[in-house]
Structures are given as C-alpha cells and as structure tokens.
Write a protein that binds this ligand. Structure first.
Ligand SMILES: Nc1ncnc2c1ncn2[C@@H]1O[C@H](COP(=O)(O)OP(=O)(O)OP(=O)(O)O)[C@@H](O)[C@H]1O
Ligand SMILES: [Mg+2]
Length: 246
C-alpha cells in the first residue's frame, strides 16, 4: 500500500526577493497508515509550515505532495478543502472551541457544515465525546471544563467525521504534565484503533510517546528516528505521584 502522506522535495518560501524566507527546503518524507509521528525542532525550523502543507491548508512552493495517493500539489483551494474535510482532523494548542457553546454543540459543528441531519449529528457527537471519556460533560461550556477536558472536546471534534489522519500542532502546549499525558494516552488509544497521528511538540516527554520522531532544522529534516519502545502514556500517568487531596 502506498504511503498516506508522501512529500517529495517539498519547498515552501514566504515572501520574495531578498526578503524570502525558505521555511521548507526540499523536504522528502513518507508517513504510512497507522504511524504515530512526533515532529520536533527549534522554533522557526518549519514544523507548522510542514503541518499546514500536510493538512492541505497551504500549498508548497516547489515539489509534490500526495495525500492518500491524491496529488494535491496543484489543486485549487476548494479541491484541497474537499480532500481535507474527508481525510483530516485538526487539533490545535489553543483548543479553538466556541465559547458559550456546549461540548456537544462544539463537536457537532463539523457535521453541521457537511449538512448531516440533526439527529445523526447528535448521535455521532455523543459517540465521539464518549470515546474521549467525556460522556458526563456533554452540556458543559468550555469555561466549565478543565484544560485537558477542553482539549479532549477538541479531539472529539476532530474525530467526529472519522478521518484517517489526525494532525495536532502543540496539542499539549498549554497543559501541565499530568494533563498532557492524559491527552497522549488518548492519542495512543486512537492510534491503536488505526488513526494515523502527526503531532508537533517541543517536549521531549511527549515526543517519547510517538513511534517515530522527525526532527526539523532550518527547513530540513535533520533526523528521522523510529522509536522501538515508545513511552506508554497510561503507564507514565500511573507512575506519577498521586494528586494532592485525591
Ligand atoms: N506567513 C508567514 N510569512 C512569512 N514568514 C513566515 C510565515 N510563517 C512562517 N514564517 C517563517 O517561516 C519559518 C518557519 O516557521 P514555522 O512557523 O513553520 O516554524 P515552527 O517550527 O512551527 O516554529 P514554532 O516552534 O515557533 O512554532 C520561520 O522563520 C517563520 O518566521
Ligand atoms: Mg509552529
């Protein structure tokens, strides 16, 4: 089977002339179905640029990008949006949930855009929230939820359309160690169910939970290492000292 993600000599330049920033320099990278990749590297090394291209949010300046065998390099914005909506779920650092809107409604939103009927929307959002362990928080708004719970709502929202690929740019950037591990435990469970995950992180502990670590430097892949024994986030959680008062 061909790779899910296939970047061939992909470049991305911002600006032109003397002011050009070469954010990606002929990056070639394949990611197979079922992999769990951590993308790491210094600030400015090109991680988000790469995620934007993988996520069909932006187009390469050079090279070729195939997603699930579909060459999306030259596609129009609309055509890329169709591919994106079918294949990709996104999770961001800041959760990007709608305030004053319940968890259930937030998770239903991507289905509203697709014209799914109200009854089916509700059923699928419920299932997605159950799968992230939030069945008891359906009618809470984001400000009534902890940071980790908000991120789980965001993950449920990304999954409600059943995409084969989940892209997460610093999903634990705003979370403490314990909550980060809870999110990683959830992501590892999703990966075990076959969802391919690409995650950007600055944290070594988080990258250690991935099956493969790709390190970026100055717009290039500096190293690409398979992790033979990823940290099991659930076990790491259990090994943390107990929370005070619980
Ligand atoms: N829209 C843009 N216009 C101009 N330059 C940009 C733009 N977006 C990113 N850059 C530049 O491209 C380079 C790569 O940026 P990118 O956001 O991919 O880095 P990053 O690895 O995600 O960094 P961080 O860890 O800080 O999020 C940086 O030098 C950045 O300044
Ligand atoms: Mg970034």
């Amino acid at each position: 089977m061909s790779a899910l993600i296939d970047l061939a000599s992909v470049s991305k330049n911002y600006g032109t002339g003397a002011a050009v920033v070469r954010a990606l320099r002929e990056v070639s990278l394949q990611i197979d179905h079922g992999d769990f990749v951590a993308l790491v590297g210094q600030s400015g090394s090109g991680k988000s640029t790469m995620m934007n291209i993988i996520g069909c949010l932006d187009r390469p300046s050079g090279g070729r990008y195939k997603l699930e065998g579909i060459d999306v390099t030259e596609r129009s914005n609309d055509a890329r949006a169709i591919v994106r909506n079918r294949l990709i779920g996104f999770v961001f650092q800041g959760f990007n949930l709608l305030a004053r809107t319940t968890a259930l409604e937030n998770v239903e939103l991507p289905l509203v855009y697709r014209g799914v009927s109200g009854r089916e929307r509700r059923a699928r959002a419920l299932r997605a929230l159950e799968s992230v362990g939030l069945a008891s928080r359906l009618h809470h708004t984001p400000n009534q939820l902890s940071g980790g719970q908000q991120q789980r709502v965001a993950i449920a929202r990304a999954l409600v359309t059943d995409p084969p690929l989940l892209l997460a740019d610093e999903p634990t950037g705003n979370l403490d160690t314990r909550t980060s591990l809870e999110v990683l435990d959830l992501l590892q469970g999703l990966n075990q169910r076959g969802i391919t995950i690409v995650l950007v992180t600055h944290e070594h502990d988080i990258a250690a939970c991935a099956k493969r670590v790709v390190t970026m430097r100055d717009g290039r892949v500096q190293s690409d290492v398979r992790n033979e024994s990823p940290t099991n986030a659930g076990e790491a959680l259990a090994a943390l000292p107990p929370v005070e008062g619980s």
